[in-house]
Design a protein around this ligand. Sequence first.
Ligand SMILES: [Zn+2]
Length: 153
Amino acid sequence: MFYTHILFGALLFLVAENYIHISLLQWAVIPLAAILPDIDTENSFISKRLPLIPLLFSGVKHRTLTHSLVGLTVATWLAFGVGYFTQHIEITLPFFIGYASHIFADMLNDAGVALFYPEKKRYRLLRIRTGSVSEMWFFISVLGGIIAILFSV
Ligand SMILES: [Zn+2]
């Protein structure tokens, strides 16, 4: 799912590129934001490399706070704050797109996400299982979308 998230974030941002100029820094923010919501599990890419992070979220269930609209809003404001103080406020949009793309992609999974956390109800659009053939086809479709966009410019 890790690569799927990065690729899906990149696809959405490629679509946005038709409307705005995108810097290298903005492109670098996309994969980071696209995998960030999974800091609520020890098994994520970031958590394995920065073991202190899962400790911070030890009381938070997977796919709840960090996968909700509250999480998206707070994280985007934090990104805005980092952008403001580093004079790179332009990181806010790709951060938002990358983070939101993760939540949307997880909604395609059968486990769903607690989109309106603290409400516990899980929302999902499809039942694609992580690591399944369906996810592989989703991955291939997203990759196809990226290739189509890149070669149509
Ligand atoms: Zn997730």
